[in-house]
Design a protein around this ligand. Sequence first.
Ligand code: GDP
Length: 139
Amino acid sequence: MTEHTFSILKPDATRRNLTGAVNAVIEAAGLRIVAQKRIHMTTAQAGKFYEVHSERPFFGELVEFMTSGPVVVQVLEGENAVARYREVMGATNPANADEGTIRKLFAESVGENTVHGSDSQDNAALEIAQFFSGLEIVG
Ligand code: GDP
């Protein structure tokens, strides 16, 4: 089934000029980038985005990191895009990520792990709506 998922190239990716390199892995995996923009998240935006983690010990660090520099937010389209992108991203901790995944190739640590991808279709829809209008998504 053709789906959309929401992706973020995190500040460690933009800082190291890895936008194109990460996008090449995404596209080689058969996912199409149907919307994309570079933004600098505010603390309020990052706090809302990661609200589910607000009780976790690393929440403050996570919001600080996500607002530390520009990010690239994206909508990806493809067959089973949510699950496919989770595979392409690799495990949250790059030390546990499979060979060839984005996090294995590029991530620096469990916190600074290069990419975000939605974990369900429901969350993908909510996350896309937080950052994009329908007019910005061009498949
Ligand atoms: P994901 O779905 O693979 O991104 O992982 P989670 O939903 O479990 O965590 C969300 C994000 O929180 C991760 O991508 C990391 O950036 C961050 N994170 C998770 N665990 C830790 C941790 O132990 N320390 C820090 N600093 N950040 C973490």
